[in-house]
Design a protein around this ligand. Structure first.
Ligand code: FCB
Length: 437
């Protein structure tokens, strides 16, 4: 890595991120079933029908993993809490073992001098709530408030930051319109409701955490730069629709208390009753915004019903996911988001990284280059006046990459899924050398 800490503003936070279902081993420790378990058990949804039953067995290897975080010299570690581990039924009686686990995790980080950054929900909805309609159900706000209270009454006094929901677009659109993630629906009405209810749940959760006296609360949105695939006016319009759904809907709700016209053009008839009255809850003041960024998409017009877009294969170099490498998009999002939505609020890049078919003993130089290029985009954004305060690499270690199973490796640390042995990759050593100073 060609950087030093002096290349970034004083106090800039470097970190790495994981999520509960992707690493913990969900079948252990008294967690209840989730919609990801059902989704994964349904043939055709996940590569080899793999699930998070054991994953990286982080539940039993937490100390070793926190040593890896500390060894990296990370200032901060972003993790998520599993709703079904804490409340196996989604509501009601907590699983003491689950709460104890997160308590030890937070203390373990603090003992190693690493700041704990908590995300409450990173996708594994308790099955009993999914059975009641999950994100389609207007009661999700109440249920999520109860979950927030249960977790944060236990660890909220010691976490450095907290965010309610990871990546609203994935939770709603990818999971209810595209059907690629749990619960695997392809239903426009379900999508509209999920998109709105999750923002209401976000606001309710922020209210609960403020009530507990917590600070440094934010929201984490993923963004994917949308480029028209050709010069036609139709493809420009299609790219705008894609951008509105993916990149503007959620920040618009959070910061402006309104939804983009291009999205309402398709979703308005399907919105839950009284949705216009929920913006006071949705626009709870925040302390920071997180942007997760990986790639761009080339978008062309598609005939037929709204949203009238299709993805076209691009020609830039790609990662193991088949995602084009496009660091410029990160810079452009940081600039646009600050200018048009979040203003002076600190922004963090809460996820950035790449999948690579890594093997032990082969240096992952492609990942080092990817991270360096995205950090350079961050530096440009800072020079352009963006109040960027930190950067998190996704991910600490190889893990369960959702519908791609264990095949796609995003880690700074290699995990052998037979033996569960952890081996730091060249990218880990490169970052450690720099971050530890
Ligand atoms: C993000 C998710 C994370 C991981 C990375 C590759 O969308 O937040 O869990 O899957 O992509």
């Amino acid at each position: 890595m060609q950087f030093t800490r002096d290349d970034f503003p004083e106090g800039f936070q470097f970190g790495t991120a994981t999520s509960a279902y992707q690493i913990e081993g969900h079948a252990q420790g008294g967690a209840g079933p989730t919609h990801w378990d059902s989704f994964a058990a349904t043939p055709g949804n996940v590569v080899r029908a793999e699930n998070g039953d054991l994953a990286c067995d982080h539940l039993h290897r937490m100390d070793e993993d926190l040593d890896l975080v500390a060894g990296l010299g990370a200032d901060v570690y972003r993790f998520s809490t599993s709703w079904a581990r804490v409340l196996p039924e989604g509501r009601g009686t907590p699983n003491a073992e689950g709460l104890d686990f997160y308590d030890r995790l937070v203390d373990g980080l603090l003992a190693r001098g690493v700041k704990p950054a908590a995300t409450l929900y990173h996708w594994e909805l308790p099955q009993p709530l999914s059975d009641l309609g999950g994100w389609r159900n207007p009661d999700m706000g109440d249920w999520f408030a109860e979950f927030t209270e249960t977790v944060m009454s236990r660890i909220g006094d010691r976490v450095w930051s907290a965010a309610p929901i990871n990546e609203p677009w994935c939770v709603s659109w990818l999971s209810h319109f595209d059907g690629h993630h749990a619960p695997g629906l392809r239903d426009i009405r379900a999508t509209a409701r999920a998109m709105h209810h999750l923002l209401v749940a976000h606001g309710r959760s922020i209210e609960v955490m403020r009530g507990l006296g917590m600070g440094n609360l934010g929201a984490v949105c993923n963004m994917e730069w949308s480029t028209p695939a050709d010069d036609s006016a139709e493809s420009s319009a299609a790219a705008r629709t894609y951008d509105a759904i993916y990149n503007r809907f959620f920040v618009s709700g959070l910061f402006r208390g309104e939804y983009p016209e291009e999205v309402m053009a398709g979703l308005e008839p399907h919105m839950p009753q009284g949705w216009q009255d929920d913006f006071a809850t949705i626009t709870q003041p925040l302390d920071w915004l997180g942007v997760n960024y990986y790639t761009r998409k080339l978008i062309a017009h598609k005939d037929g019903p709204w949203p009238n877009y299709r993805e076209v294969e691009g020609s830039l170099p790609k990662t193991q996911m088949g995602w084009e490498i496009y660091p410029q998009g990160l810079h452009d999002f940081l600039v646009r988001t600050a200018r048009e939505y979040s203003g002076d609020l600190p922004i963090y890049v809460t996820e950035s990284g790449m999948a690579n078919p890594d093997e032990v003993g082969q240096p992952d130089t492609a990942r080092i280059d990817y991270i360096a290029a995205h950090l350079e985009a961050c530096r440009k954004a800072i020079a352009d006046g963006v109040p960027l305060n930190g950067y998190f690499v996704w991910s600490l270690m190889d893990n369960y990459e959702w519908s791609f199973g264990y095949e796609k490796r995003f880690g700074l640390v290699h995990v052998d899924f037979e033996t569960l042995a952890r081996t730091p990759k060249a990218s880990y050593h490169a970052l450690a050398e720099w971050w530890r100073g």
